[in-house]
Design a protein around this ligand. Structure first.
Ligand code: MRU
Length: 354
């Protein structure tokens, strides 16, 4: 079986959703994929916040990276002698970026990192924020490659996997989290079958994940979300591999709506359940999933497909876009720091000491 060193990253990792030009933050518009590849240029931190809210850029790590560059853009509008003074002047922009989406902790994490950098920088604070934004992106890519190796090693040869939402290059600095494990597992010959959920209502799986895998030449089969339990019953998948938006101190994990029901079905069918996320998604300050704010989006996302209304006028809809999988339904949490099997508070504390 091929090792991780044999991974041809050029072949298995071609897409980049975020470009910093030195003047603007360019985002590959994920609302338009897969049929149009259009870039949106953000020239202010408020434009970045709007792009995050509108899902032009999405996926927990990608949101954090974009917010970092948002701070760099905001810094261009501020005159300050030192980083401490700049932090005070930039605080409103930081708050607006932070409010763009509530569930993914990577957003607040990246902004806290930018704030710390500013507070500790002297007269060269402008250079410091730019270097920090770049470091956030570069560390994310490195973490994803490491997680790919760690996660793939858990998967037996000839396995089938099911994934949910989009956790690939489009959702990160590159390579992806759960999709990085799948890329590595396919490259190593461990994964023989890949299934992807549509991921209603925004269709991240149907519009993004299978397209992204197609770019790599990885054969993937799309299924309706409602087909997942039936698929597990056939024995075609041995692992469900998903990403995360927030992992709490007890292992409870927020991720795209529908993840929780996959974990329940997986446990029932003896299918293993793996969460793959960088340590920037771990939130040891939140004790359990009950405390996570779940984003609710416009019910209109449920009332039509591709802009065509499918539901009678006057019908109400409820559109929570994340759910929480209890830690005791998770077989392994994979971060770049290592693998936590059967997570609980004690194992999480040992892996992520205060
Ligand atoms: O609403 P989205 O598309 O931003 O939700 C994304 C997810 O839930 C992903 O699974 C998660 O952010 C991890 S991305 C590496």
């Amino acid at each position: 079986m091929a090792g991780m060193d044999d991974i041809d990253y050029e072949r298995y990792d071609r897409i980049r959703p975020i470009r910093w030009t030195g003047e603007a933050l360019e985002l590959l518009d994920q609302r338009k994929l897969p049929f149009a590849q259009e870039w949106v240029a953000c020239r202010s931190s408020d434009e970045v916040a709007d792009a995050i809210h509108a899902l032009i850029v999405r996926g927990a790590p990608a949101i954090g990276i974009a917010a970092g560059w948002g701070v760099v853009l905001a810094a261009r509008t501020v005159i300050a002698e030192n980083g401490r003074e700049a932090t005070q002047k930039l605080e409103p922009a930081l708050q607006r970026l932070n409010a763009a989406r509530p569930t993914a902790v990577n957003l607040g994490w990246a902004l806290a990192r930018m704030r710390d950098t500013l507070a500790n920088a002297g007269a060269t604070w402008r250079e410091a924020v730019e270097l920090e934004a770049l470091a956030i992106a570069e560390e994310d890519l490195a973490a994803n490659r490491r997680m790919g190796a760690l996660g793939a090693a858990l998967i037996g040869p000839g396995s089938g996997v099911l994934t949910h939402c989009n956790t690939g290059s489009l959702a990160t600095a590159g390579f992806g989290t759960a999709l990085g494990v799948i890329r590595a597992g396919v490259a190593q010959g461990r994964i023989a079958r890949v299934f992807a959920d549509e991921t209603r209502p925004w269709l991240q799986g149907a519009r993004l994940t299978v397209w992204e895998l197609q770019q790599d030449g990885i054969d993937a089969t799309l299924i309706a979300d409602a087909a997942a339990s039936h698929l597990m019953k056939t024995g075609a998948v041995q692992w469900v591999v998903v990403g995360a938006d927030r992992i709490c101190a007890n292992g409870d994990t927020a991720n795209k709506i529908g993840t929780y029901q996959l974990a329940l079905a997986a446990r029932h069918h003896g299918v293993k359940f793996m969460v793959v996320a960088p340590s920037s998604t771990v939130d040891m300050a939140t004790a359990s999933g009950d405390l996570i704010e779940i984003e609710e989006r416009d019910p209109a996302e449920l009332l039509g497909v591709g802009g065509v209304r499918t539901v009678a006028e006057g019908i109400k809809a409820w559109n929570p876009v994340f759910d929480v999988t209890p830690g005791d339904l998770i077989d392994a949490i994979v971060t770049e720091k290592g693998v936590i099997e059967k997570p609980d508070t004690a194992k999480m504390r040992a892996a992520f000491p205060a």
